[in-house]
Write a protein that binds this ligand. Structure first.
Ligand SMILES: [Fe+2]
Length: 266
């Protein structure tokens, strides 16, 4: 199976053209994809046509999968590994997670073992809106002004989940377990403070760090095309969904997410 890898922006991301993620990958192809993922942090596999089972099998090549805490949004046909991200309703009820990722975040950062990566597959797209932003936290760390770096270097940030009712500290700056690259791990959706710091003292540096991380030079905005499957590295990437049309009943965005389990951050 031959395919092309084309960078999508100067900040982050590459598209993979000509690979069918629904077919078994031999070891050489897998190694090339794995390397491309480490090099670019976000991969967009174009032109896919995947059943839930095929998406699960492809995702599992990268590690064991996490089940999402929102059981009600799991795939209705008995695929607990598939999280439905959707604005569709049936009989007045949401069929999936409706307002997924309203702020910059890294998936499951509040778990003891936050997600290694997530794969999101577009099944139905709106005529406009619904883009996803991806921000390169390795580049953001490298460019972080010294006073902000000093404010969190060596400290642990608190991550909390209202859904799971948990709080957990992780290093505010983490080291990538495969590449050794350092990256900013705090995010405005799930980080609630810095361990050992008064919340009011932590608020100002965290706000400045979030503003820094959201600078355009670190970001690629993805405008989805039918058949796109995106695999991002939650260990060094923040993402956000543009749901500015969420209240528009004609805005239909229906996707399947799988989540690859990760390590304890250090
Ligand atoms: Fe997310």
């Amino acid at each position: 199976m031959s395919f092309d890898i084309r960078p999508l922006s100067d900040a982050i991301g590459a598209e993979i053209i000509g690979l069918d993620a629904g077919q078994p990958l031999d070891d050489a192809v897998f190694a090339a994809i794995h390397k491309a993922h480490l090099d670019h942090q976000v991969l967009v596999f174009r032109g896919q046509s995947l059943t839930p089972r095929q998406q699960i099998d492809f995702s599992k090549r990268f590690g064991p999968l996490d089940a999402h805490p929102t059981q009600a949004t799991n795939h209705p046909d008995g695929y607990p590994e598939i999280l439905t991200v959707s604005t569709r309703t049936e009989n007045g009820k949401d069929v999936g997670l409706r307002n997924a990722g309203p702020q910059w975040h890294s998936d499951l950062a509040y778990r003891e073992r936050p997600a290694l990566g997530s794969m999101l597959y577009a099944l139905e797209l709106p005529d406009s809106g619904g883009n996803t932003g991806f921000a390169n936290m390795i580049a953001a760390y490298d460019a972080l002004p010294a006073p902000l770096r000093n404010a969190i270097d060596g400290k642990r940030a608190i991550f909390s989940s209202k859904r799971e009712g948990t709080e957990r500290p992780h290093p505010a700056i983490r080291t990538h377990p495969e590449t050794g690259a350092k990256s900013i791990f705090v995010n405005p959706q799930l980080t609630t403070g810095i361990e050992g710091m008064d919340d009011t003292d932590a608020a100002a540096p965290l706000a400045d760090i979030y503003a820094h991380c959201a600078e355009e030079r670190f970001i690629y905005w993805h405008c989805w095309e039918p058949g796109d499957l995106i695999f991002w590295d939650n260990r060094c990437v923040l993402h956000i969904a543009d749901h500015s049309r969420l209240d528009d009943p004609t805005y239909i965005r229906h996707m399947h997410r799988t989540t690859i389990a990760g390590d304890v951050p250090y």
